[in-house]
Design a protein around this ligand. Structure first.
Ligand code: FAD
Length: 464
């Protein structure tokens, strides 16, 4: 369980602070990830909140995002729900997305390594044949948001290449928190928004506890080349005993993958330097029985460059009886340098708000990627927080007061809590090789697949 102390001052790294009088701001946002940029774009887009003076502080270089080299795909590619896409349209960033680099999909299919029959499919007939979602690079989303902020003539709000090094309570009459930056500047802000990710300094400053656990698993990601472009309307996931492997569509014959696997397997995947071995392993993981896959993994654990594994797996795949219920893509390549891995964890803050503080995105919650919901939850946080601030302004209230911020917490926390719980249980049930659990989940998948009204309800809840 992660516990945070309750400091009134959070100091992060070495302080090189000038003794400056802090500049007063209505809103300071810490973090220029998708959540932070979304909240700034949304505040500046709304006629009710556009007048608020805002600063967004980001430790990284936002010009790298503005000038992102679009020749290859980046490896952080996520699934966007229709709700998130509508929100991006509402705040005006959608038109700045490079749609040629995105792929909409109409079908979600998941199958279990335990049997060909353990299969569940979701199609878009329940949502009037609208796309069920779209795959999009995180950098494409960030770039579109920065373009929207620039278009609204608010580039001055962006303070990048600068870290928040300390957050202090005020000792003066104005009780607003003071945010001290690595360049020596300081802001004193009516409302401090933590969009600063999993290790959120703002959450620590506010003394808000975050509970959860690390999964002893990593999500290995990368960009693939498929043998055909006929799979680009399908989001496919196979449940293996070490965790799920998802193949998610990109335009034409490209795809991205997320292979969530226990640390032991993930470290074997990481140690493979030869992309041809990796491709052979992905094709095997999509089709073969677990024993065949484990045999290859054991060989690679001894020698990650053992190319004999390629021929061996090919031979086994030729013997494999195709799953007639499901068309499984053939992977022919991996984009050089695109493989990376991220530790997986679940965490949820006890509250998203405190006096003059609001948390959004991964600062408030971190979720297993198997349902592709993390960033979408962050987008919903932003929509709800901005609506709460708008209402506060309509009523003439102080936007930093908990009276204004509480409705945001009340609206988002229960849904996020339920989703975190569901994904956590799914992870535990599916990343498991205990025989009775395999039997129950295999039966459960087949049973669920026949329950069209329940599947339709799930699709409507998650996609619309
Ligand atoms: C393998 C994997 C697959 C995923 N797939 C999906 C998916 O399909 N769909 C989906 O919706 N989500 C998905 N997610 C989750 C999604 O990527 C995250 O939820 C999302 O990127 C979080 O965005 P954020 O802006 O909240 O935080 P972050 O992206 O972590 O941004 C935080 C920012 O704060 C800045 N920062 C932190 N501290 C400071 C400081 N002291 N000073 C200045 N700046 C600071 C950082 O530099 C960073 O830019 C996936 C995650 C993983 C790991």
């Amino acid at each position: 369980m992660f516990r945070t102390p309750f400091p009134t001052t959070v100091k992060l790294g070495l302080l090189r602070l000038k003794n400056t009088t802090p500049q007063l701001q209505d809103v300071v946002i810490v973090g220029g990830g998708p959540a932070g940029l979304s909240v700034l774009a949304a505040l500046k887009n709304s006629s009710k909140t556009a007048h608020l003076s805002c600063k967004l502080v980001e430790g990284g270089d936002l010009n790298k995002i503005r000038n992102f080299d679009e020749t290859a795909y980046s490896n952080r590619i996520i699934s966007l729900t229709n709700k998130s896409m509508r929100f991006m349209q509402k705040i005006g960033s959608w038109k700045h997305l490079n749609l040629d680099r995105m792929q909409f999909y109409d079908k979600v299919a998941a199958y279990d390594s335990s049997s060909h029959e353990a299969l569940i499919e979701f199609t878009n007939d329940a949502i009037n044949y609208d796309p069920m979602g779209a795959m999009c690079e995180v950098v494409n989303i960030q770039k579109s948001l920065i373009a929207r902020i620039d278009e609204l003539d608010q580039s001055d709000c962006l303070v990048d290449n600068v870290k928040v090094e300390a957050i202090e309570e005020s000792t003066s009459e104005i009780d607003w928190p003071i945010v001290k930056l690595s360049n020596g500047d300081a802001y004193q802000t009516r409302l401090l928004i933590g969009a600063d990710g999993y290790n959120s300094p703002v959450r620590r400053y506010a003394g808000i506890e975050s509970r959860g656990w690390a999964y002893d698993s990593f999500g290995t990601v990368g960009v693939l080349k498929l043998a055909s472009d006929q799979y680009n309307l399908v989001s496919l996931q196979r449940f293996l005993s070490s965790g799920p492997l998802a193949i998610l569509p990109l335009p034409e014959d490209d795809a991205t993958f997320v292979w969530s696997a226990k640390t032991e397997v993930a470290s074997i995947l990481k140690s493979i330097t030869n992309d041809k071995i990796f491709v052979a392993l992905i094709n095997a993981a999509l089709r073969l029985e677990e024993t065949d896959l484990k045999y290859a993994l054991n060989k690679l654990q001894v020698n990650p460059d053992d190319t004999s594994v390629i021929e061996d797996l090919q031979w086994r795949i030729e013997l494999f009886e195709p799953n007639e219920q499901l068309d499984i893509p053939v992977v022919i390549g991996v984009q050089p340098g695109s493989r990376a891995s991220f530790p997986l964890k679940m965490s949820h803050a006890d509250s998203y708000v405190g006096p003059r503080v609001a948390l959004i995105g991964d600062a408030a919650h971190t979720i297993h990627p198997l349902a592709g919901q993390g960033l979408n939850m962050g987008q919903a946080d932003v929509a709800s927080l901005v609506a709460a601030i708008e209402t506060g302004i309509d009523r003439g209230l102080d936007i930093g007061s908990t009276l204004v911020l509480e409705p945001y917490f009340a609206q988002c926390f229960p849904y996020n809590h339920a989703l975190l719980g569901v994904c956590d249980k799914l992870h535990k049930i599916f990343s498991n090789d205990v025989y009775p659990i395999i039997l129950v989940r295999s039966f459960g998948m087949r049973f669920m697949n026949s329950l069209t009204p329940i599947k339709d309800f799930m699709i409507k809840t998650l996609s619309v």
